[in-house]
Write a protein that binds this ligand. Structure first.
Ligand code: TYD
Length: 403
């Protein structure tokens, strides 16, 4: 049943039994992993694409949640620019106030704090929340929902902006979120959020965006429908080049702001392309299975030739790729990742060891699978010496290729 409107959800792909994508294991903890059925479908009535099965939120987001939003130079710059944009547009009144849902390590709010603007991050994962506090960011360790929003408004007053990056799509209980936004948002305030765009996922075959934490896969049309159900209106939409293609949505109370032409333009484009009905996903399975077959064929061939292959970027996305394709430590001996909390652990499900980026040069392997393909430019520049030494990158979106 659709988590937005209660309509029937048409399942269009089943990845089977999958682990939690950020549940990196201690080598001693093998044998105690949680698995669930990762399947995805589209609501036949409101068009929202969503997971079929839901994982309890505190299994995913807790003290030890390892992902750091500031782990890339490009994303740090992106969030600095975002903060500046919000400061210049919606936070110009008298004593403005911004709440960020899922502020992670404070990568965006630290710029807001430096500007002296009142703010609050709401972050359920205690470890990353502590990092945000270390940056001077004010944080409440909680899951944002209706009751928390009411408590915040009682303490701090209404918010001019409620912002979320790569967080709204993580939250299945969208009704409580919108009721919370209704309680907390100032009459002319805006809810601004950005998440991976289903249009880009389908266009580029980036099926690895589908994992436990990504519950919803938004489009202009599905977000516009969802907002309208709760008394809000989608008033602006902007394409973002990060994480393989995202959209930034701006939502206001219904009737308070004139929608920008971009909303209707992109909604019309979606209708033309087909992002709204079960039939539009007919080709999806073939694309995913082709990538799996090509990638496994390449990796098995390289092993037969005695080549050394490692991975780069122990992303949440890579949990879907490794486990769905069946990539084992025999095919990819370890994965380099700079995140301290992932280092020395094993990847969920596949149990491929995670090592620091320095391990890449010790000695350089023949190939590295770029699981963090969304950071390709940054990582390839950083690891130029690997390529100069004859090493080759394996990419698997939009098709398997070697560079
Ligand atoms: P990311 O693709 O941002 O997100 P997700 O986990 O949601 O799929 O993850 C990027 C990972 O790659 C993260 O664990 C940090 C790592 N990384 C490096 O190790 N070095 C780098 O230079 C960059 C940019 C990322």
């Amino acid at each position: 049943m659709c988590r937005v409107c209660g309509g029937a959800v048409h399942e269009f792909f089943d990845f089977g039994r999958q682990p939690l994508s950020d549940a990196f294991l201690d080598p001693a903890g093998v044998g105690h992993e949680y698995f669930f059925r990762l399947a995805v479908g589209i609501c036949e009535s409101c068009t929202m694409t969503q997971l079929i099965d839901e994982v309890a939120r505190d299994r995913m987001f807790h003290e030890a949640y390892p992902y750091h939003s500031s782990g890339s130079v490009r994303m740090r710059r992106h969030f600095e620019e975002t903060a500046q944009l919000l400061l210049d547009s919606h936070l110009t009144g008298d004593d403005p106030f911004i709440v960020e849902v899922g502020c992670n390590d404070g990568v965006m709010l630290k710029t807001i704090d430096k500007a002296g603007v009142r703010h609050l991050g709401v972050e359920p994962s205690g470890g990353v929340a502590e990092l945000a506090r270390g940056q001077g960011v004010r944080v409440r360790v909680d899951f944002f929902e209706e009751s928390v929003a009411s408590a915040i408004v009682a303490e701090d007053g209404p918010a001019d902006v409620i912002y979320a990056a790569n967080t709204m799509c993580h939250i299945p209980y969208i009704g409580s979120i919108f009721r919370g936004v209704d309680a907390l948002l100032a009459p002319d305030g805006v809810l601004v959020f950005e998440d991976p765009y289903l249009g880009d996922i389908l266009r580029r075959n980036t099926f690895d965006q589908i994992y436990d934490e990504h519950f919803f896969f938004f489009t202009v049309r599905s977000v516009r429908n969802a907002a309208a159900r709760f008394g809000f209106e989608l008033v602006d939409v902007e394409r973002l080049p990060v994480h393989g293609g995202e959209l930034r949505y701006t939502i206001a109370r219904a009737g308070r702001r004139a929608p920008s032409p971009a909303v209707e333009e992109l909604a019309a484009e979606e209708l033309e392309r087909g992002l709204a009905a079960p039939a539009d996903f007919a080709g999806f399975a073939a694309g995913v299975n082709r990538i799996r077959d090509d990638l496994m064929g390449l990796l098995r061939g390289l092993r037969a030739e005695g080549k050394r292959v490692v991975g780069y970027g122990a992303t949440a996305k890579s949990a879907t790729v490794t486990n769905f394709c069946g990539i084992t430590p025999e095919l990819v001996s370890f994965v380099c990742d700079a995140t301290p909390a992932k280092n020395g652990k094993l990847m969920p499900g596949s149990h491929i060891p995670v090592r620091s980026p320095e391990a890449l040069a010790d000695p350089y392997p023949d190939y590295a699978v770029l699981f963090a393909w969304n950071h390709a430019e940054e990582i390839m520049a950083k690891e130029r010496a690997f390529h100069e030494a004859g090493g080759r990158w394996i990419l698997y979106v939009p098709e398997v290729h070697v560079v």
